[in-house]
Design a protein around this ligand. Structure first.
Ligand code: SF4
Ligand code: FES
Length: 390
């Protein structure tokens, strides 16, 4: 029997009021009318708890766009699942926050695009930074809620990293996550504009180390490294089918957020199969579990139990072969493809790393709108007691 997963990532919707240029959602976003009804999400939570999971991360898109979020938090809490809300904050206000906490919300991660308002709003594609700051002050007041501030960094804001960390610190979280862009979804489309220079990366590592030292015992500072500059890949999702299950807005169950980019792979849906069956027996979760699938050099490499051969989606997106060694790895046969991107990034920037004006592709929901009216969709969700979104 396979060790049970630790956590469920519940992508409640792909709807989002922001248009971030580095969004890791797929380019083909799921439409409103494909979204799982609330009663199915409740069954998913019950199955997750039964399967032995400890945590649920409510995410999206913007999970606050689902009016039944409160009910789902309440159900998860009643099942003893640790509840985390990953949000841009848009759709949240004092009343909504209080009701989420009353429903049993344990942790909230609020994302920021920058410390500088103009730059933040330019990346988000909408003017939301000031509202987020006001919201962070509200969250900080809620002493029972664990609070993380997430800041995404890239070529156009890494030179401000010191002020970004000071800004995050001023919001009073218990944890700051400085996350370099990972190149999936919309971020891959904008990779040319987002990849930092080598000099920026080296400087940022030192700045984060100094902040970690200075804030020790007060605020935990985590750093998601830019994996294009790493010598070895990250153990993506803790290894394929090893720790996490992601349910997308339409109910497909994925080993990671980007898995649908891999062609020819069938993903089961919670409308038809149980989480337990999908975890144990589905072809998709078994495909890259363990070591049998590994090519050389992974197969005989000592690090294979640490990084599990890296990221399958990145392997496909960069090399066209999902079973290849992650090209980020310095030992990978296709590593030169990453080196090419890095040298291009270092040549195409001035010393400040930001000399080219970006022409970004913003995340857009290009899927058809619901065949039902939005009111009908809300009524479907409303079969379970609900709280208005805002
Ligand atoms: Fe990891 Fe494979 Fe690279 Fe070894 S060769 S470090 S297992 S990706
Ligand atoms: Fe899919 Fe890494 S994002 S395995």
């Amino acid at each position: 029997m396979t060790t049970p997963p630790l956590a469920l990532i519940a992508e409640l919707t792909h709807r989002c009021p922001l248009h971030c240029v580095y969004c890791s959602n797929p380019l083909q976003l799921r439409a409103n009318f494909e979204e799982l009804p609330t009663e199915v999400w409740i069954q998913v939570l019950e199955q997750a708890a039964k399967l032995g999971m400890f945590q649920v991360h409510f995410t999206g898109g913007e999970p606050l766009a689902r009016s039944a979020l409160n009910s789902l938090v309440s159900v998860a809490h009643s099942l003893d699942l640790y509840t985390n809300l990953i949000t841009s904050g848009i759709g949240l206000n004092e009343k909504k926050l209080a009701s989420l906490i009353a429903a049993g919300l344990d942790h909230l991660q609020l994302s920021f695009q920058d410390s500088d308002e103009g730059s933040a709003d330019r990346v988000a594609g909408v003017p939301v930074h000031a509202r987020k700051v006001a919201l962070a002050n509200l969250i900080h007041e809620c002493k029972s809620l664990a609070f993380t501030v997430n800041l995404v960094v890239h070529r156009h804001n890494l030179d401000r990293l010191e002020s970004i960390i000071s800004f995050a610190e001023s919001l009073g979280p218990q944890r700051i996550e400085i996350a370099n862009v990972q190149y999936y979804g919309w971020a891959l489309k904008n990779r040319e504009w987002l990849l930092p220079t080598c000099e920026q990366v080296q400087r940022s590592v030192l700045i984060v180390q100094r902040a970690q030292e200075r804030l020790k015992g007060r605020i935990k500072v985590d750093f998601v490294t830019p994996d294009y500059y790493a010598s070895f890949p990250k153990p993506c999702m803790g290894g394929w089918g090893r720790q996490l299950m992601l349910v997308d807005p339409s109910g497909r169950v994925l080993p990671c957020h980007a898995a649908t980019v891999i062609p020819g792979m069938d993903f089961e849906n919670v409308r038809e199969k149980s989480l337990s069956w999908i975890w144990e027996d589905s072809g998709s979760f078994r495909r890259f579990r363990g070591e049998d699938w590994m090519p050389e050099p992974c197969r005989s490499c000592d690090r294979r139990t640490l990084d599990f051969g890296g990221c399958r989606c990145q392997a496909f997106l960069v090399t066209g072969d999902e079973a290849a060694t992650d090209p980020v790895c310095s030992l990978a046969p296709a590593h030169s493809l990453i080196e090419e991107r890095i040298s291009h990034a270092n040549l195409s920037c001035g010393p400040d790393g930001a000399s080219l004006p970006p022409s970004w592709t913003y995340r857009t929901q290009s899927v058809p709108s619901s065949p039902r009216s939005p009111l009908q969709a809300e009524r479907t969700e409303g079969r379970v007691s609900d709280t208005p979104t805002s």
